[in-house]
Design a protein around this ligand. Sequence first.
Ligand code: UDP
Length: 406
Amino acid sequence: MRIAQVSYHTNPVAPLGGRHTGGMNVYVHELSRELARLGNQVDIFTRLEGELPEVTTLAPNLRLVQLPAGPAAPLDKALLTPYVPAFVAEMNRFAADEGLSYDLVHSHYWQAIAAGEPFARAQDAPHLVMFHTLGEVKNRARVSEEEPGERIRRERELAASADAIITASGHEHDLLARYYGADAGRMVSIPCGIDTDLFRPRDRDECRRALGIKPDRPVLLWVGRLEKLKGVDILIDAVAELEDPEILLLVVGGDEHGEELRAELEEQAREAGLAGGVRFTGAVPHEDLPAWYSAADVCVVPSYYESFGLVAVEAMACGTPVVASRVGGLVSTVTDGVNGYLIPWRCPEPFAEKLEVLIRNPELRANFARAARDSVQRFRWDEVALRMEALYGDVIAARAGEEVPA
Ligand code: UDP
C-alpha cells in the first residue's frame, strides 16, 4: 500500500519532551516505521518549520515530506489553523509532481484531519483519523487554556465524515460517542505501540551510577511534556506530604516553551521545602529514557487527562511500577493493585499514600514490576502495526467494494 500519514502541526521526528512534542510524535514516527518495514510505501506529511529539504528519506520505504504552510518557523498550534488550506494545496501539488496516488490517508490531530480530508478526497482514497486529544475533553478537564469552539465544531464534523476513526482505548471510544456523537460502527480500537526492544529493564544500580543517583535513595520519576494538564503540581505536593528528605523526584521533560511552568513548579518545590529533593532535568532523548525508568522505584503519571499515556507503558516495559491518575487511556494500561495503582482523585494525599506503600515495600515493587513487564506485551509494535495494516486493507477493500457498480 502507498500510505500518507498526515501530522500537520508537529514534526514526528522532532526532539521529544517539548511543549508540543510528545506521544503523538513518537506514535506517528514509529507506526510509519513499522508499516514501512512491513513493505508499505509510507510518506509522512508535516508542516515546514525552517530551511529544510522537502523530502528526507528516514528509512527504506519511509519518507518525511515537509511542506510550506504559513511562516517556515515553529509556531504555536493555536495559530496554525488558517494555514490548513495552504497545506492541502501543497500536498496536492506534491502528489501531482511526484505522479503518486495514495491508497489511504491517515491523519493525526484535528488540524491534520481537516487537511487530510480534502487531500484524501482528491486522491480518491479512504481517510482514517486519530484525534489523539479532543477539545471537548480538554475543556472538561479545566486545567489548560480553553480550547476554541471552532476546534470542537470541526472535530464533530470530521468525526462524522471520516471512513474510520481509530481510538487508542475504550475510553476514547466512549468519549467520541458521548460528546461527539461518533458512529460506533466506524470506530476501531487499536492501542498505541511501544518499542519493547528499547524499553526493557536495565540494571538499576548501573543506571543510577550513570545518572549520578545514590543507590539507596527512593527515586520517583515523572516524564513528559511540561504542561499543566500533566499534573506535576499534584506530584510535588504529594512528595511534600511524604516528609522524607531522602526521596528524590526527577522531572524529565520541558523546553523553552515550558519555562514559565517550570519556574512555577520550582517555586512550589522550594516553598514545600523540597529544594534538594526535586530535580528538573529538561528533556531527555527518547533512546536514553530506559535508563531513567530503570533507575526509578516508581514512575508517577498524575495527569488531569491522558488520552493514552505512552510514558506509563514505557515505564512498565522497563519493569517500573506506575502510580497514575485514573483517567483516560491509563485505565486501559495500568491495572490497579497489579502493575501499579490508579488514583481516582486529582489531589496529593492519595498519591502520597500509594507512593509510600511502594517506596517502603521492595517485595511489592518486584511483584508489580514482573506483572508490569508481562502486561505490556500487547503493546508490542510488531503486533500493533499488523493490526493497523489489516485495518487499512479492510477500509480500502470496503471502499473499493462500494464503488464497484452492482
Ligand atoms: N519523551 C521523551 N523525552 C522527554 C519527555 C518525553 O522522549 O524528555 C517521550 C516519552 O518517552 C513518550 C512521549 O514523549 O514517548 C510522551 O508521550 P505520552 O503519551 O506519555 O504523553 P503525550 O505527549 O501524548 O501527552
